[in-house]
Design a protein around this ligand. Structure first.
Ligand code: ZN
Length: 187
C-alpha cells in the first residue's frame, strides 16, 4: 500500500546538519562506552539515513561528536564504531555527493579498495573490505569524523567554484534542495 503524503512518519529522525554548521568541521572523539544510549543513537541514525535517503551517515552529520558511521548500500544497514582504515589500494573516480552538501556532487579520485577496522555495538571486531562504492563510503564517512568535507578533496579551482555556488545557495536559502539525480550518491 502506498502511503499518502500526509501520512505521519512514526519513526524518529535527526535533522541533518548542513554545510556551514561548525560541527561538521571538528574531529569527533573515539567512542568509549557501548551502552543503550549508543544503541538508540545508531537506530535513529539508520532511520535518518534511510529517510534522507542516503547510503551512509556519520555521527557529526546529525550533530553528535562521536567516531561512528552507519551505512546501507542496499544489503542491509550496519554500523562501524571507531573506524580506522588499515589498508587501501588502487584508484577510482566517482561522482561523490554528501547529505550535508545537498544538491552538489563532484568527480573525486580516491583509492578504490579500502579495508576498515572498527567494532559493532556489542564490541565485536568488524573488518570490512570495501570495493568501489563501499570503499568510497568508508573514506567519505571517516573524513566526516575528522571534520573533512568532500569539498576539501577538490582541486583548488574546483573548490573555489563549489564554495561560491554553496555561498550563493546559502544566501538564496535554497541549500538543502535535492534533485532526483542525487539519490544513491548521498554519503
Ligand atoms: Zn557526507
Amino acid at each position: 500500500m502506498q502511503r499518502p503524503d500526509w501520512y505521519p512518519r512514526l519513526v524518529n529522525t535527526f535533522e541533518i546538519r548542513l554545510f556551514g554548521d561548525p560541527v561538521l568541521r571538528q574531529r569527533a572523539p573515539e567512542v568509549t562506552e557501548l551502552d543503550g544510549d549508543l544503541a538508540r543513537l545508531v537506530d535513529t541514525m539508520i532511520e535518518t539515513m534511510h529517510a534522507a535517503p542516503g547510503i551512509g551517515l556519520a555521527a557529526p552529520q546529525v550533530g553528535v561528536q562521536k567516531r561512528l558511521y552507519t551505512y546501507d548500500i542496499g544489503e542491509g544497514p550496519g554500523v562501524v564504531i571507531n573506524p580506522e582504515i588499515v589498508e587501501s589500494s588502487g584508484e577510482w573516480v566517482y561522482d561523490e555527493g554528501c547529505l550535508s552538501v545537498p544538491g552538489l556532487s563532484f568527480e573525486i579520485v580516491r583509492p578504490k579498495l579500502v579495508t576498515v577496522r572498527g567494532m559493532d555495538l556489542d564490541g565485536n571486531d568488524v573488518v570490512i573490505e570495501g570495493d568501489e562504492l563501499m570503499g568510497r563510503l568508508i573514506q567519505h564517512e571517516i573524513d566526516h569524523l575528522d571534520g573533512v568535507l568532500l569539498l576539501d578533496r577538490l582541486e583548488k579551482a574546483a573548490r573555489k567554484e563549489a564554495m561560491r555556488e554553496l555561498r550563493r545557495q546559502v544566501e538564496a536559502g535554497t541549500l538543502g534542495a535535492m534533485t532526483d539525480e542525487d539519490t544513491g550518491r548521498r554519503l
